[in-house]
Design a protein around this ligand. Sequence first.
Ligand SMILES: Nc1nc2c(ncn2[C@@H]2O[C@H](COP(=O)(O)OP(=O)(O)OP(=O)(O)O)[C@@H](O)[C@H]2O)c(=O)[nH]1
Ligand SMILES: [Mg+2]
Length: 308
Amino acid sequence: MTPAAERILAGDRRALARAATAVENRTPAARTLLAELFARTGRALTLGITGPPGAGKSTLTSELARTLRAEGRTVGILAVDPSSPYTGGAILGDRIRMQSHYADPGVFIRSMATRGTVGGIAEATGDLALLLDAAGFDTVLIETVGVGQDEVEIAGLADVTLVVLVPGMGDDVQAIKAGIMEIADLFVLNKADQPGIEKLEREVEFLLSLTHRPDGWRPGCLRTVASEGIGIGEVLAEARELAQSKGSTHETAWVARLRRMLRERLLEKLPEPVLRQAAQRVAARESDPYTLVAEWVERIELGKRISD
Ligand SMILES: Nc1nc2c(ncn2[C@@H]2O[C@H](COP(=O)(O)OP(=O)(O)OP(=O)(O)O)[C@@H](O)[C@H]2O)c(=O)[nH]1
Ligand SMILES: [Mg+2]
């Protein structure tokens, strides 16, 4: 075993932070490390927390972490914002919200903005979660903003996905339902101290009554006031129960994940400038895309980079 892996397993937080950066940067060394550590994973409970901007995801995450710490459990927190390259503000806000956790060695926090790479963000998140799992964290909380494709993929990494909604969303509840319904295991109706909570609850219950998911799952909903720590214990208890009963869906998650991993590795063999040049030639009708892709596949089979 490499010294880096040994240090991480021994609980060395600096080694973990360095490894997390390597994982984010998708380095070959990080891959070797993860391969080494993989056998030690599979123990952490991973919760996804997603929902619209400002719904209280970070507040809820922080409160979940507080509750878990009070139980003596360790917590890894990954805050991902795939939609915006500028998470500076959000991260700054989170720093204030998460302040009490930063000094706690039982909590590891990492915020990730989009790095501008194609795909990859879901994989980077998934790998970070595995790294924290191997490092012995009991629970991994993954916060993502919005409900785009990246978020759906990121949600697929979690054992249980909580979707946070708030009163006063108006037609937004309708608008976001399509993507959200597929990934939600539990709806958290936050800001229950605000007017309109009954209306929101009725709307969500109505949408749920119309939804028939292929897996037969019917998500529940719970009210919280995250900013006052109200309802957090119930959310955690429900999430744990769901994780227990969902136990067997891991294989399905790995189908999606293996597919993405393969895609990521294959695309690595095709650097962005080379892809752009090729696209230019195709657009100008100087070469045809079918022959081009066939040639690339042939090269990949020979283990070569396409740019070689
Ligand atoms: N009234 C009320 N305010 C809340 C509640 N939960 C969170 N807030 C406030 O809502 C604001 C947004 O909370 P965040 O936790 O940053 O929300 P978020 O979903 O993480 O936001 P982004 O990450 O920026 O999308 C903050 O000012 C919180 O204090 C709640 O239950 N009731
Ligand atoms: Mg947040």
